[in-house]
Design a protein around this ligand. Structure first.
Ligand SMILES: [Zn+2]
Length: 379
């Protein structure tokens, strides 16, 4: 067979197909054309990539980032947290709303090599006019939101509502009701940011349906998913039973080793790993990258297969793109991450300032976006 590119010598991990072990991957025309045992197919490849000593997985997907560069000031260029860091798909989580989504498309989607999607903020200005975007309910215009979604079905994968005290002020649960009604009409999920009350987390969770995403699910603030007696709050139990998805959304103040450890002991795993990367926590930590966030989950005792699944097939499903990305299935986009597990001591710090030591680090080497190879530089 002929191929544009053959990635050979690596260890493939593709949780979407269950393929794991020594396999070669063939790519043509920007699509995956085959995954096979070395030596079982003669491939005439235009280009080869030696992945010896490395892992080859579907391209990493980060469903919570802020990549509306410079607007607001927290936003970073998509490729900085995308292909420059081994991540093939980055999803902006509500930086823009109906009033400025066209500008987001021009500024962040069109010039980027990374694949970019967006959760549209239910509030018209998104995060551009400050961080209390749900305090004034006149900024929430479902008709306008639906019109912008209709014009941008290829880019908008859901609606974002940030449900914490400093964002909603006295609006209570109302912004989420509006976001849910609008999302239901559009046939899309919502991503809800959780944090400090009000509103109460239980009231937020009770409004969510199968496929809706709770980001910052494992934060260490008061009023989270754990009850004082150490179990899950009953609304969280019911939300998980309904199929609500708990996403990491690390951020500057929203991931706690302690909460994650207690959840793990209760058998509650993350559905997906995301970063909430923006300028501050990209440059000064504690987040830095999706790869480092994945390393933190490895350090908590999860397996490499689990951590890769939560960064590939799971987030692809959460944004309803699992037929195109998050998989090495034949015919899928050739979005691929080649990475190493480097054996070296590393200090890992969560949002609470707790540091754990670990003996290895996940480091991306190559990001392949639709088959184009991008070499990841480490500082
Ligand atoms: Zn965020």
């Amino acid at each position: 067979m002929k191929a544009d590119l053959l990635i050979h010598g690596g260890t493939v991990i593709d949780p979407s197909t269950g393929i794991s072990g020594a396999f070669d991957v063939a790519v043509s025309g920007g699509k995956i054309t085959g995954v096979f045992k070395p030596g079982t197919a003669v491939v005439e490849a235009g280009q080869t990539l030696d992945a010896s000593g490395s892992y080859v997985s579907p391209g990493f997907i980060d469903i919570h980032t802020h990549i509306y560069e410079g607007v607001p000031a927290m936003g970073v260029a998509p490729d900085r947290v995308g292909i420059d860091q081994g991540v093939t798909t980055v999803v902006d989580a509500g930086s823009s709303g109906a009033a400025n989504f066209d500008d987001f498309v021009r500024r962040s989607i069109e010039p980027s090599k990374s694949r970019v999607y967006a959760w549209l903020n239910i509030s018209a200005p998104g995060l551009v006019e400050g961080r209390s975007e749900l305090a004034d309910l006149t900024k929430l215009d479902p008709k306008e939101v639906l019109a912008v979604i209709e014009r941008n079905r290829d880019a908008i994968i859901g609606i974002k509502a940030r449900m914490s005290g400093s964002v909603v002020k006295t609006s209570g649960i109302r912004p989420l009701q509006i976001a849910k009604d609008t999302a239901r009409e559009a046939g899309l999920p919502v991503m809800v940011h959780i944090g400090n009350a009000p509103p109460q987390l239980g009231d937020v969770l009770d409004l969510l349906e199968a496929g809706d995403v709770v980001t910052h699910a494992f934060h260490g603030k008061a009023g989270g998913i754990l009850s004082p007696d150490g179990g899950l709050i009953p609304q969280a139990v019911r939300a998980l039973e309904r199929g609500v998805l708990f996403d990491v959304g690390h951020g500057s103040s929203s991931f706690s080793f302690d909460t994650m450890k207690k959840a793990k002991e209760l058998g509650i795993d993350p559905y997906s790993i995301s970063t909430d990367l923006y300028l501050e926590n990209l440059e000064r930590g504690p987040v830095y990258s999706l790869a480092l966030t994945m390393t933190k989950l490895l350090a908590m005792g999860y397996s490499l297969e689990q951590v890769v699944a939560w960064s590939t097939v799971a987030p692809a499903k959460a944004i309803q793109r699992e037929n195109e990305i998050g998989t090495l299935r034949e015919g899928a986009e050739a979005d691929i991450t080649v990475f190493r597990l480097v054996q070296e001591p590393v200090s890992l710090t969560d949002s609470e300032g707790t540091t754990v030591r670990y003996d290895q680090q996940l480091l991306p080497q190559y990001t392949l976006r639709a088959g184009a190879i991008h070499h990841v530089q480490h500082k």
